[in-house]
Design a protein around this ligand. Structure first.
Ligand SMILES: *Cc1c(COP(=O)(O)O)cnc(C)c1O
Length: 383
């Protein structure tokens, strides 16, 4: 059997294993576990890589959003616009900042936030928009900046899936006031546990963020903000320092794999299989490679997923239930039918295996398996 995992981190970690071990041992010997030397090193290196001035490491991406929005001055009562089709952490970040989330729908071709819908959702209370660079493709920086300047909104990027992505000459994290990243292990740049960072060009935001992540204390035992404890572990930063220089090369490999999928999947369009549209060319860093199995496809998504799994090919769904329909957030007052594009996508999307190190042979195997299921369903069932 083929056995193609959804994500395989060994390609990234095996060649670096000695350096990673060394980095971990160094922290162990130094004993600077909290806010150690590696943290400051990584914050500077990562901010530089993004072309942004300041980086402030935190415990996870969710905190980077929650504390980052607060550092940008978002207060209870402020409305913050976000897409309905994002990972729930975007929503949790907005809620933890005390703001009122205002969902909008997405473009059905790119799965990115629909900025026309966002414009319609703006009210007197709207202070910020949180574009999510979903799957590794950036929301148009030009359109975002036009919208934000016309309505005096803060742009706060959720770049958790977009490390070093680019579009229209902008890098992810350089469009607006601040941006949040996650280093969850399977992200394009992943730690060996949880981690996150806020990056910004604004010195005041950076200073406030440093305080918020550290008990709201600008100096020891003086608490000027209602902060929390959310720091990037020195151990995680040490590992991230080893991995960061390889990120551009890993992103290129993802983009090349995606182009190969695009090319091989072309004949399956007539069977109702459409890759999510890439509008940003080589700047798309393909955190995920997502196809849409639309109404014209003879076989339903769950069946396709099960049959791929039966031949050893793991896939994912990002995400099967949009945020506005999640049980915990029904109190926000949204209902089914509010965001039709997000709702339809959630039922039709399928994420194929994608990681640096995914081979040409494996890509061919995935596409052939799909072809087999779609074009010869009888044969596929009987194996
Ligand atoms: C992963 C992710 C986050 C949250 O990151 P954590 O580090 O898991 O807290 C936020 N937004 C998006 C879009 C993500 O994919």
């Amino acid at each position: 059997m083929t056995k193609i995992p959804f994500v395989d981190l060994s390609f990234q970690h095996e060649p670096l294993i000695n350096q990673i071990e060394q980095a971990i041992l160094t922290v162990l010997h130094q004993g600077d576990f909290i806010m150690g030397k590696a943290v400051a090193e990584f914050e500077t290196a990562f901010a530089n890589a993004c072309g942004v001035e300041y980086g402030i490491g935190v415990a996870c991406g969710t905190d980077a959003i929650a504390l980052g929005l607060q550092a940008c001055g978002i207060r209870p009562g402020d409305e913050v616009i976000l897409p309905a089709n994002t990972f729930v952490a975007t929503l949790i970040g907005v809620l933890h900042a005390g703001a009122t989330p205002i969902f909008v729908d997405c473009d059905p071709e790119t799965a990115l936030i629909d900025l026309k819908a966002a414009e319609k959702a703006i009210s007197e209370q709207t202070r910020a928009i949180v574009p999510v660079h979903l799957y590794g493709q950036m929301v148009s920086p030009k359109q975002l900046r036009d919208l934000a300047s016309a309505h005096n909104l803060i742009i706060f990027e959720d770049a958790a899936q977009a490390h070093l992505a680019e579009r229209e000459g902008y890098k992810a994290a350089s469009i607006g006031k601040a941006a949040a990243f996650s280093f969850y292990p399977s992200k394009n740049l992943g730690a060996i546990g949880d981690g996150g960072i806020l990056v910004t060009n604004d010195a005041e935001v950076a200073q406030k963020m440093r305080s918020l992540r550290n008990y709201g204390a600008p100096q020891k035992y003086l608490h000027t903000e209602y902060g929390t404890n959310s720091r990037l572990d020195t151990l995680q930063a040490a590992v991230l320092n080893v991995k960061l220089p390889h990120l551009p090369e890993w992103n290129n490999l993802r983009n090349a794999a995606a182009q190969e999928y695009d090319r091989l999947l072309e004949p399956l369009r007539s069977h109702g299989i459409f890759p999510i549209h890439n509008q940003s060319g080589t700047g798309h860093i393909y955190h995920l490679y997502v196809i849409r199995i639309n109404e014209s496809c003879a076989i339903e998504r769950e069946k396709i997923q099960a049959e791929l799994s039966a031949v050893g090919i793991q896939t994912g769904i990002h995400y099967p239930l949009p945020c506005h329909l999640q049980p915990a957030y029904q109190y926000l007052g949204y209902k089914a039918g509010d965001f039709p594009n997000s709702e339809i996508l959630s039922k039709q999307i399928l994420s194929l295996p994608m990681y640096p190190g995914l081979s040409q042979t494996q890509i061919v195997q995935v596409v052939q398996a799909l072809q087999h299921i779609l074009i010869a369903p009888e044969a596929a069932i009987s194996g």
